[in-house]
Ligand binder design. Structure first.
Ligand SMILES: NC(=O)c1ccc[n+]([C@@H]2O[C@H](COP(=O)([O-])OP(=O)(O)OC[C@H]3O[C@@H](n4cnc5c(N)ncnc54)[C@H](O)[C@@H]3O)[C@@H](O)[C@H]2O)c1
Length: 437
């Protein structure tokens, strides 16, 4: 968009595939001022769009198709070659259906990529190919790009679509997320510019990251739905209004509907989450109620611990320092700390281990925690190192199993020892966008 006039810089866009995604994309882009040719191998869809109608029902779509065709900004063709002739950008919107075994069907994507490649000889204008279809991470690089035969005119970008059928036009015009991924900044900028009049800040990421974000979003939505359904099912069996439970849960914007707990890291533990999940699942089983999602959470947590153990066992060193013993920072509660299980495996496999936790100093803890260390895990208590620097001096590698304070993080990094970040705490963080209430 021109920052002075507020107008978009119209681009010539070919939308490849006029299904739900392609047709909505084509009509909405024409509406915001681009010149768009929609391409489909289905003559009916092409004829319908040319006649100013929508090839399927989607609220608000027919009006936009009609408007775009009448204004001369939207047309349609069965010829991909013709559509690409003047195009600056080609948006791939073909289907990627499930195969019988669950694999993603890429036949349409391969075919359309080949057709783009076949149209390239004789071309002298650059073309940005943006994949809006949902594809496995790596598909742009492994499937689409090789088809382009190394043409210097073509760049490939991932620009996944997030619209929902039934609200597709509104979702397009008021996007909740705009993701553009690619290696070439100019191509990424060009695709982001297509949407510059829409009220959304583009998220610019790496190519594979963009492809993965689409899967993460859909998996998250599916998990949310199943979570609410399982809570509702259990609540119903217990004579409780599940909708009220979930409505109230959603009022918590600090821990529930928020960024909290949504970062890859270490397994969870502590005195509440494992115990309460076990109790919930047990209660449901007494009611003969299957809650596969909730039942899978503790096994999933174990799998995360197993991955950390495998990583630690793969280290080419015998002397492993571990930062953090409690299940999270700022507590001395050791109940069900996954670090204890990690340490027990490492010791069992003959590794030499020393542990430092700023809140667990043997001389200073007391009561149930002291008894727990003395009685339940005396073998772990013996590994405790009161001095961080002594542990760092001794270790060949350091597992960071708890989020360190900024001061401790600086000391960990200054030690020069290889740090294995199990909690995802040491990565530089990009500034997070605000979460609206
Ligand atoms: N439908 C949704 O709500 C939605 C939302 C977000 C993302 N997606 C993803 O977007 C992609 C498209 O989904 P859809 O629902 O629009 O699919 P669709 O099956 O409705 O449409 C695909 C269209 O592509 C056309 N096509 C296939 N190969 C072609 C070729 N070589 N040349 C020209 N046209 C060709 C088909 O004829 C068809 O009209 C999928 O990857 C899907 O997972 C869908």
């Amino acid at each position: 968009m021109d920052p002075v006039s507020g107008e978009i810089n119209p681009q010539q866009i070919a939308v490849l595939g006029l299904g739900y995604v392609g047709c909505v994309t084509a009509a909405c882009l024409a509406h915001v001022g681009h010149r768009v040719v929609g391409v489909d191998r289905d003559q009916f869809k092409v004829d319908t769009v040319r006649a100013g109608r929508a090839p399927f029902f989607e609220p608000g779509l027919e009006e936009l198709v009609q408007e775009g065709v009448a204004a001369g900004r939207l047309t349609a063709s069965v010829s991909l070659r013709d559509a690409l002739a003047d195009a600056d950008v080609a948006l791939i919107c073909v289907g990627t259906p499930s195969e019988k075994n669950g694999n993603l069907g890429l036949d349409q994507l391969r075919r359309v990529s080949q057709e783009i490649a076949e149209s390239l000889p004789g071309r002298n204008k650059p073309l940005v190919v943006a994949v809006r279809s949902t594809v496995y991470p790596g598909t742009c690089e492994d499937v689409v790009l090789p088809e382009m035969g190394g043409s210097p005119l073509v760049s490939v970008v991932s620009n996944p679509e997030f619209l929902r059928e039934g609200a597709a036009v509104r979702d397009f015009m008021e996007p909740s997320l705009l993701v553009v991924g690619g290696a070439l900044p100019a191509a990424v900028r060009q695709v982001a510019a297509i949407y510059s009049s829409l009220p959304v800040e583009p998220s610019i990421v790496a190519l594979r990251t963009a492809e993965m974000i689409k899967y993460a979003c859909n998996a998250f939505h599916a998990v949310k739905i199943s979570f609410a359904n399982e809570i509702g099912a259990l609540a119903g069996e217990l004579g409780i209004d599940g909708a009220e439970v979930m409505d109230t849960l959603c009022r918590d914007h600090a821990l529930n509907i928020s960024r909290a707990y949504l970062k890859p890291g270490f397994a969870f533990g502590g005195s509440c989450l494992p115990k309460d999940l076990r109790a919930l699942v047990y209660r449901a089983s007494r009611l003969d109620l299957k809650l596969p999602l909730l039942e899978s959470v503790l096994p999933s947590n174990h799998a995360q611990l197993d991955r950390a153990i495998a990583l630690a066992l793969d280290l080419p060193s015998e002397r492993i320092g571990v930062f953090g013993l409690a299940f999270k920072e700022n507590t001395d509660d050791l109940r069900e700390s996954p670090v204890v299980l990690l340490l027990e495996t490492l010791i069992g496999k003959g590794r030499k281990v020393r542990v430092h936790d700023p809140h667990i100093q043997l001389g200073e803890i007391y009561g149930s925690n002291q008894r727990y260390i003395m009685n339940a895990i005396p073998h772990i208590g013996n590994l405790l190192d009161g001095q961080l620097d002594a542990m760092l001096e001794w270790a060949d590698h350091v597992l960071v199993a708890q989020k360190p304070s900024p001061e401790i993080q600086a000391r960990l990094e200054a030690s020069g020892k290889p740090l294995i970040d199990l909690v995802g705490a040491l990565r530089p963080r990009s500034a997070p966008a605000p979460i609206p209430a």
